[in-house]
Design a protein around this ligand. Structure first.
Ligand SMILES: Nc1ncnc2c1ncn2[C@@H]1O[C@H](COP(=O)(O)OP(=O)(O)OP(=O)(O)O)[C@@H](O)[C@H]1O
Ligand SMILES: [Mg+2]
Length: 172
């Protein structure tokens, strides 16, 4: 039975870093939504970024990625969905989609303190490190904080891992 790994957490927590690790350790295929949106549409992005513009393209890319995942799951290929998943409703939706494909689902929750995350995002903006996809401004960072609906341990009963990334050892 293939596994769908759902990676969720607030902005800058270390989700893409973890997604890359899971992909490399388990031979899963990683889909990082920010990379898709920026590679397909980044050259047309408004400056400053508009939430509606971003959300609409995220929606299109999520659906395209999911179509690919259905084919991959049918071939017993594990996948990692690095979509952010701040909202419970969206986590539930993709969980249902995965179960409907006969896949197992594992939820990974990545968190770190806000001050720590903002510092890391600023460093990523400056240094364009491996997981950089787009410049995140302070207002984007602050705006995103209210979207995060933290999962409790009961959300995935047994198929959930909490990664505390405040220390380097957290997501290693
Ligand atoms: N455990 C960690 N300890 C220290 N730094 C980390 C850790 N995990 C990730 N980082 C660094 O923090 C920055 C943010 O990590 P990453 O890009 O993986 O976050 P993200 O949750 O995917 O962000 P976004 O919400 O913007 O997609 C990166 O520069 C990354 O190298
Ligand atoms: Mg990321």
């Amino acid at each position: 039975m293939p596994t769908v790994h759902l990676i969720c957490g607030p902005l800058g927590a270390g989700k893409t870093t973890l997604a890359r690790r899971i992909a490399s350790e388990r031979g899963a295929l990683r889909f990082s939504l920010d990379e898709w949106v920026m590679q397909l549409f980044g050259s047309e992005a408004p400056q400053p970024m508009l939430f509606e513009w971003w959300a609409e393209r995220c929606q299109r890319c999520r659906e395209r990625i999911w179509s690919l995942c259905e084919d991959l799951l049918a071939r017993e290929q594990d996948v990692v969905l690095d979509f952010g998943f701040p909202a419970l409703a969206q986590r539930q939706e993709f969980r249902q989609r995965a179960l409907a494909c006969g896949a197992a689902v594992h939820l990974h929750v990545v968190t770190a303190r806000a001050a720590q995350r903002w510092q890391r995002v600023q460093a990523r903006n400056r240094e364009r490190t491996q997981t950089f996809a787009l410049e995140v401004t302070e207002s984007m960072f602050q705006g995103s904080e209210s979207w995060w609906e933290p999962p409790g341990p009961e959300e995935h009963r047994g198929a959930i891992t909490f990664h505390q990334s405040d220390e380097r050892s957290g997501t290693g």
